[in-house]
Ligand binder design. Structure first.
Ligand code: ZN
Length: 287
C-alpha cells in the first residue's frame, strides 16, 4: 500500500504533466485520488497544477468537506464533480479534470468524440460523449454528468473541458491523454478531407481485444457482452442503452444479433423506400 505522502507526490507529478502538455492554462484543472470510502486527496483551488508540492494537497470526505488543508489552501471548487464520480462508480480510484486544447474545442463546438477511427481509441474509450453544460462549482455539473457515469470512463464537459476517471491516478491521467490524442487526430484528419471510419467488423475485432485483455472500466463492449447473455458487438440492444446519450453516433442498429432492433430497422428502411419512391414519382410527374 502506497503511503499518503507518496500519493501526494504522484498528484504533483501528474499536475506537472498536464501543465507541461498544455492540458491546462493558468490555475485550471483538478485531480483527486480515493484513499478509502471516506477520505480523498485533491488539488487545491487557485494554484497552477504545474507547480504544486505535496503540502498543497488537501484531504476531503465523501461529501467534499475539508478534513485537512494547510493554511492558504482550499480544495478544488470542482470537488463536487469528482465526488459524484466516486459515489456512482465504486470501481474508480482517481478522477482528472483538464482543459486540453483539442478535446475542449470539440466540447465547445458541441461535437462528441464518437467516430471509430483508430484502434487504441476504440479499445480504450469506445466513445466520449458531451455532458450538458453546467455552471462551474455548482451542482449543475455533477447532476448533468450523472447519467454518463455508468456507461463511460471519459466525457467532454460542454463549453468547458474534459473529465476522465479510472482505477488509479496514472490510469485516469492516461485516459485524459488518450482523449486529447483522439480529439487531435479527429480534428486533423477532418482537415485532410475527413477520417475513414472502421466498419462494424473491425470495431467488433477491437472490442474482442478489449475483452481478452480484461480491461477495467465501462465501455460499450461490456454492455454488449452482458446483453441477454449474447456475446456480440454492435448489437441493437447495446445501441438502445447508448442511444439515450446525445451525439452517440456509432451505428450499432441492425446487426445480426438484435431481434428487437430488426423491426425498427425495417421500419426505417420501409420509410426510406417510400420516400424515395415518392420523390421519383414526383420527378417523373406521376403524382
Ligand atoms: Zn474546468
Amino acid at each position: 500500500m502506497v503511503n499518503e505522502f507518496e500519493i501526494k507526490k504522484q498528484i504533483c507529478d501528474i499536475g506537472r504533466r498536464i501543465y507541461a502538455r498544455n492540458m491546462v492554462a493558468a490555475n485550471d484543472g483538478n485531480i483527486s485520488v480515493k484513499l478509502n470510502d471516506n477520505e480523498f486527496l485533491c488539488t487545491p483551488t487557485g494554484v497552477s497544477k504545474g507547480f504544486m508540492t505535496p503540502e498543497f494537497i488537501c484531504k476531503v470526505d465523501a461529501q467534499g468537506n475539508v478534513i485537512q488543508a494547510n493554511p492558504g489552501f482550499k480544495p478544488s471548487s470542482e470537488i463536487k464533480m469528482h465526488m459524484r464520480v466516486y459515489q456512482k462508480r465504486p470501481d474508480v480510484g482517481s478522477v482528472v479534470h483538464a482543459h486540453p486544447i483539442y478535446a475542449t474545442s470539440f466540447a465547445i463546438a458541441g461535437i462528441p468524440l464518437t467516430q471509430p477511427i483508430m484502434p487504441e481509441a476504440v479499445i480504450a474509450l469506445g466513445c466520449v460523449p458531451i455532458a450538458e453544460y453546467g455552471t462551474p462549482s455548482t451542482m449543475e455539473i455533477p447532476d448533468n454528468l450523472e447519467k454518463y457515469l455508468p456507461y463511460f470512463d471519459a466525457v467532454l464537459l460542454e463549453n468547458h473541458g474534459a473529465l476522465t476517471w479510472s482505477t488509479d491516478l496514472n490510469a485516469a491521467y492516461m485516459k485524459m491523454e488518450s482523449v486529447e490524442f483522439y480529439a487531435q487526430l479527429l480534428y486533423q484528419s477532418k482537415l485532410l478531407g475527413g477520417p475513414k471510419e472502421f466498419d462494424k467488423e473491425n470495431i467488433k475485432k477491437l472490442y474482442e481485444i478489449r475483452r481478452k485483455f480484461g480491461m477495467p472500466g465501462k465501455h460499450p463492449a461490456n454492455l454488449c457482452q452482458n446483453k441477454d447473455g449474447v456475446n456480440c458487438h454492435n448489437c441493437g440492444g447495446c445501441s438502445e442503452d447508448y442511444k439515450q446519450f446525445p451525439g452517440y453516433q456509432y451505428d450499432f442498429v441492425g446487426s445480426e444479433c438484435s431481434k428487437e432492433a430488426a423491426p425498427a430497422a425495417a421500419n426505417s428502411d420501409a420509410e426510406l423506400v417510400a420516400n424515395i419512391t415518392k420523390q421519383v414519382m414526383a420527378q417523373l410527374g406521376l403524382k
